[in-house]
Design a protein around this ligand. Sequence first.
Ligand SMILES: Cc1cc2nc3c(=O)[nH]c(=O)nc-3n(C[C@H](O)[C@H](O)[C@H](O)COP(=O)(O)O)c2cc1C
Length: 184
Amino acid sequence: MSPIEALLSRVSVPRVVEPKVSAEELNILLRAGLRACDHGRLKPYRFILLEGEAREQLGEAMSEYLHGDLVDVSEEAIEAAKNKALRAPTLLSVIFCPNDNEKIPESEQLVTAGCAAQLIVTAAHMLGIGAMWRTGNVTYSGEVSRILGLDDSEQVVAMIYLGRPAANLPQPPEVDPESFLTRL
Ligand SMILES: Cc1cc2nc3c(=O)[nH]c(=O)nc-3n(C[C@H](O)[C@H](O)[C@H](O)COP(=O)(O)O)c2cc1C
C-alpha cells in the first residue's frame, strides 16, 4: 500500500486487542506526533503512556468522576466506566501544554496539539495498529487530570486507544471532496 493509499484509508478502530504497542512502534508514533505543524516550534504538547495497571488507575478515576458528577448512577455504569480504560492494551494521551507567547495565540497552539494527535492516529494506521481518539467530559475531569499528573494549565486533547485491530478494517465512508471546496 502506498503512503497516500494508507492515508486515505485511515479509519478509527474501536475494538482492539493485545499485544500492546512495541517500544519501536511507540518511538515511531511519538516521532510522528512531533512532526505536527507548529507555529514558532513551541511544541505545546506532551504525551503520557498508560499501560497495564496505569489503565486500571485511569478507570478508577473515570468511575470516581461518574460517582461525583451524577446522582443516581447505577453500579453497572460505574463498573462500565472502570472498564473503559481497559478497552485497549495501550493508551497514549496527548496533553495540551500552552505556552505564554505574545505572537502565537493559544488557539493556534491547541490546533498544533490536535495535529500531533492526528499524526499519531495516522501513523498507527500506517503501521497496522488500530487506533481510536476518544475524549468525553470524563476525560477533561479533575479526577482524570489528577491521575495523569496534569498541572492547572494543561488539558487532555486526546486519549488514543491503541492495539491490534480485532476485525478487518472497514472502508471509510465515501465523501465527495468537491462538496467541501469553494473555488474563488
Ligand atoms: C477531539 C476528538 C474527540 C473525540 N472523542 C470521541 C469520543 O469520545 N468517542 C468516540 O466514539 N469518538 C470520538 N472521536 C471521534 C473518533 O475518534 C472518530 O474519528 C470518529 O468515530 C469517526 O471515525 P473515523 O475516524 O473512522 O472517520 C473524537 C474525535 C476527535 C477529533
